[in-house]
Design a protein around this ligand. Structure first.
Ligand SMILES: Cc1cc2nc3c(=O)[nH]c(=O)nc-3n(C[C@H](O)[C@H](O)[C@H](O)COP(=O)(O)OP(=O)(O)OC[C@H]3O[C@@H](n4cnc5c(N)ncnc54)[C@H](O)[C@@H]3O)c2cc1C
Length: 417
């Protein structure tokens, strides 16, 4: 059956674009023909995936981006995380990790989503096998036994394009999911993340701080030029109060919650807020369709896991699709897509459980639960096997890993080392 494309990816945000790059013929032996349909240009200020939020990129994600040939550019705007410091305001629990004692040069990196977007778009634009349709919006999708068809509106003109496989990577509010009749379960945390950046008086020394405070978890991530990216999670009902505080008032709250470890804070950047929920789809794969990234599972940002998880999914899916194409198999066939999902289930469930428990436990003010939580933190800090387990989680090395974490995809004619 002749189609316009092998794969149509709806959504060129961080995860959809990462999948396209992993399938690009610049990076792999793929000769799959791909269309990426994206509603908003990566250069636009309103691009929802590529804004100024700082993303903590795990070591396994860094490896994937490196193997895709993207890391060199991204690293110019990345700050290493050499230490992690987790603490609980007014309580005794803490956990410390450092890269050197784990035998790595960094536990992860902090990158602005905007910089990530630039690297992905450069890769897509340089790939002969990818067409980027942007700005374009999808008005309908239809799946038949042999074909996934997408009606797309480009500059006011509607046309239908066809493929063997459709990937919906259009974010938490995915409309494609609804068009495919896929149900979701949603848990509203009734929390909001306020993201900004500040300059602390003392150097951050490449340390990522996560502090559980009376108003919610607060993360300070080390960034370039001695700035720190701030992610302050508060109850949704209080969010407006914190967003409306004048600069000094907000910095005073920050100092009160975080303490004086980094001295005073100054130069507060723009504040932006994100409502937080956990979302899971009932089906991630269907005949000729895959749901990917936040469209499939959105998690609380407390563990800095959402993009990292989506990237590992994208890497594993790319691996399966390239392998299937090399064997002349049908890439939209349900058995093949189910085997991709099977390989990813453990990792996904672990991340969903971990971030959900974290989100619940740090809003719990019952004394017994606080003591239990602080004992777990202390044990993690003091007992080496627990500490190593925590470090593996933080670095994204848990469970089965996609090959792109460990080795480069080979170009035609190349042999593995
Ligand atoms: C405050 C905050 C901090 C975070 N920090 C971290 C972190 O430190 N580490 C980490 O790993 N993760 C973090 N995350 C999570 C991470 O941002 C998301 O997991 C990631 O952005 C998901 O990418 P995505 O491509 O699946 O979805 P999105 O980023 O939502 O992208 C979806 C794309 O689809 C496009 N689109 C939507 N509808 C259509 C349509 N109909 N047609 C065409 N295109 C469409 C959108 O324009 C967008 O470009 C954080 C999230 C938040 C909110």
């Amino acid at each position: 059956m002749n189609h316009d494309y092998d794969i149509i990816i709806i959504g060129g945000g961080a995860v959809g674009a990462a999948l396209a790059c992993a399938l690009s013929n610049n990076n792999s032996s793929s000769s799959l023909k791909i269309a990426v349909i994206e509603a908003v240009s990566a250069k636009a200020d309103i691009q929802p995936s590529y804004d100024d939020r700082g993303l903590s990129i795990s070591l396994s994600s860094k490896n994937i981006l490196d193997n895709l040939g993207l890391w060199q550019n991204i690293s110019l705007h990345a700050n290493p995380i050499k230490n992690i410091h987790v603490s609980d305001q007014h309580h005794f629990g803490f956990v410390r990790l450092d890269a050197a004692s784990m035998g790595v040069s960094a536990l992860g990196y902090v990158v602005l989503a905007r910089e990530l977007g630039k690297a992905f778009m450069q890769c897509i634009e340089a790939s002969d096998n990818i067409d980027l349709l942007c700005p374009a919006s999808v008005t309908d999708v239809e799946i038949s036994d042999s074909t996934a068809s997408v009606k797309v509106n480009i500059d006011g003109t509607e046309k239908t394009i066809t493929s063997s496989l459709l990937v919906a990577a259009d974010g938490t509010e995915s409309r494609t999911r609804g068009m495919l009749g896929i149900e979701t379960s949603v848990k509203d945390y009734k929390q909001v993340a306020i993201v900004s950046n500040v300059i602390p008086e003392r150097p951050h020394n490449d340390t990522a701080y996560e502090r559980f405070t009376e108003s919610g978890p607060l993360a300070l991530l080390p960034y370039t030029q001695q700035r720190c990216i701030l992610v302050f999670t508060v109850a949704a009902a209080d969010a407006e109060k914190y967003l409306q505080l004048e600069e000094q008032g907000f910095l005073d709250v920050l100092l009160q919650r975080f303490g004086r470890r980094l001295g005073n804070f100054s130069k507060l950047g723009q504040r932006k807020s994100y409502p937080l929920k956990m979302l899971q789809v009932e089906e991630q794969v269907k005949h000729r369709a895959v749901i990917l990234g936040n469209a499939a599972h959105a998690v609380h940002p407390n563990g800095a896991q959402g993009f990292n998880l989506g990237l590992r999914d994208a890497a594993a899916l790319a691996e399966k699709l390239i392998e299937a194409q090399e064997k002349n198999l049908d890439i939209g066939e349900l058995t093949l897509l189910s085997s991709y999902l099977e390989s990813r289930k453990d990792d996904q469930q672990r991340v969903l459980r971990f971030t959900d428990r974290l989100a619940e436990s740090f809003y719990n003010r019952q004394v017994v639960k606080i003591i239990a939580r602080d004992l777990v933190m202390l044990a993690t800090d003091l007992v080496p096997p627990l500490k190593h387990r925590f470090a593996r989680c933080a670095m994204g090395f848990w469970g089965h890993q996609p090959s792109l974490v460990c080795k480069s995809f080979l170009l035609p004619g190349q042999e593995s080392a």
